[in-house]
Design a protein around this ligand. Structure first.
Ligand code: GDP
Length: 467
């Protein structure tokens, strides 16, 4: 009996032979049909400086013309522009989302340029997590916007990676499958390109940037993927001083078979063009220059075909799977742990969701109680303070009232005194007035008898003249 069968029997399974065809061997076909009917989705993020050929490469890769105007270099910050398209090839439907960085590398201060990209990737994970946590989930027709592949466009400088590139890739490598590519590689000579690729690879290694590794566990793609990964065997995990310093003499000592180095594919050096030119008797995508023509799909000219093979034809499903099982899983784990969920208790015993919920609820209620108590204490304290303040204010008010009352009484007394002296003055005046009137009437009476006497005298003596 085969070892596997014994093991399965040991687990409570028994292998029985079938005496005829049952049909469950069609299960893979059922799965394929279901997937084809449902359609697929694939989301690509293009990160790179403005003008590095991101849009052109997408048009070239998918053999179409996606909408969009060229971005300007005057953006105040980095933004992400997302567009979704429905594509069909044979009978397979693909919902393709292309997200592109706008304004990346255009600012003087590039310190925070990676942040909008990280936030965008996290926002897509968060949306998926929220959908997963819903009671009524609709994941079967949920539009999954999580980024499956990040094409990182490196400028063809021939020197080394810019610090912006290193920082951004380092921030992204645990969140997304990074495939670095050298953009506009027609701008760099063949020998420079080889050195440039090695320099980039060594810089990525020495800075611990983890790029996407093509899977080799599936026999059907192990060989082709292996050649892409293994151009510098054992490179990932090395920290040789030569690598740290980008000293390639050391690299050649490490790999005496320099063909391995010369055949290095990663990062893919690509050229984009949607222009078709007649070469021989075939129409081909190419870029024409005064000195000659560079063919996009010619493997001697650039790695475009290899990129297309690796990204679309061979590893699209693995990129989707890695996104779900590695990057999303990491986000989900961190997020749930942040929320207080865990699988085991401090003694490493399994901890069920129910227990976690109960523990979390009790913790929450305890905290609520503590908060309530603290608030009550604070309230009592505030009331006491307010009471003391009011008492103080009342005391001040009383004092003020007394002061004012006394002032008022003094004022009143002064006024009364003044009134009394005025009354006295008025009385004295009245007395004087009465006396004056009396004198006046006496004087008048005396004046009247004199006039009578003078009239009599005038009658007796008409020649008496008056004054
Ligand atoms: P984006 O801002 O990164 O999307 O860049 P575009 O795709 O708009 O390209 C900017 C310019 O670069 C356009 O004039 C393209 O024709 C040109 N371009 C695109 N790909 C290549 C390439 O591989 N080589 C060269 N020499 N020019 C390219």
């Amino acid at each position: 009996m085969a070892a596997a069968e014994v093991a399965r029997q040991g687990e409570g399974c028994r292998t029985v032979p079938l005496s005829g065809h049952v049909g469950f061997d069609s299960l893979p076909d059922q799965l394929v049909n279901k997937s084809v009917n449902h359609g697929f989705c694939f989301n690509i993020l293009c990160v790179g400086e403005t003008g590095l050929g991101k849009s052109t490469l997408m048009d070239t890769l998918f053999n179409t013309k996606f909408e969009g105007d060229p971005a300007s270099h005057s953006q105040p910050g980095v933004q992400l522009k997302s567009s979704t398209y429905d594509l069909q090839e044979s009978n397979v439907n693909l919902k393709l989302t292309i997200v592109s960085t706008v304004g990346f590398g255009d600012q003087i201060n590039k310190e925070d340029s990676y942040k909008p990209i990280v936030e965008f990737i996290d926002a897509q994970f968060e949306a998926y997590l929220q959908e997963e946590l819903k009671i009524k989930r609709v994941l079967h027709n949920y539009h999954d916007t999580r980024i499956h592949a990040c094409l990182y466009f490196i400028a063809p400088t021939g020197h080394s990676l810019k610090s912006l590139d290193l920082v951004t890739m380092k921030k992204l490598d645990s969140k997304v499958n990074i495939i670095p590519i050298i953009a506009k590689s027609d701008a760099i000579s063949k020998s420079e390109l080889t050195k440039f690729k090695i320099k980039i690879t060594s810089e990525l290694v020495s800075n611990g940037v983890q790029i996407y590794q093509f899977p080799t566990d599936d026999e059907s793609v192990a060989e082709i993927n292996g050649t892409m990964n293994s151009e510098l065997p054992g490179l990932w995990g090395l920290s040789r001083p030569e690598f740290d310093q980008g000293n390639f003499a050391g690299l050649e000592n490490l790999y005496p078979n320099t063909d391995i180095i010369r055949n290095a594919h990663l990062p893919f050096a690509v050229i984009g063009s949607t222009e078709e030119l007649k070469i021989g008797n075939k129409m081909m995508k190419a870029r024409q220059y005064p000195w000659g023509t560079v063919q996009v799909e010619n493997e001697a000219h650039c790695d475009f075909v290899k990129l297309r093979e690796m990204l679309i034809r061979v590893n699209m499903e693995d990129l989707r799977e890695q996104t779900h099982t590695r990057h999303y899983e990491l986000y989900r784990r961190c997020k749930l742990e942040e929320m207080g969920f865990k699988d085991t208790d401090p003694d490493s015993k399994p901890f069920s969701l129910q227990e976690t919920y109960e523990a979390k609820r009790n913790e929450f209620l305890g905290e609520l109680q503590k908060k309530e108590e603290a608030m009550r204490q604070m309230f009592v304290q505030r009331v006491k303070e307010k009471e003391a303040e009011l008492k103080e204010a009342e005391k001040e008010l009383h004092e003020k009232f007394d002061r004012l009352k006394k002032l008022h009484q003094d004022e009143k007394k002064k006024l009364e005194d003044k009134k009394k002296s005025l009354d006295d003055e008025v009385n004295a005046f009245k007395q004087r007035k009465t006396a004056a009137e009396l004198l006046q009437s006496q004087a008048q009476q005396a004046g009247g008898s004199q006039t009578l006497k003078r009239d009599k005298e005038r009658k007796n003596n008409p020649w008496l003249c008056t004054e």
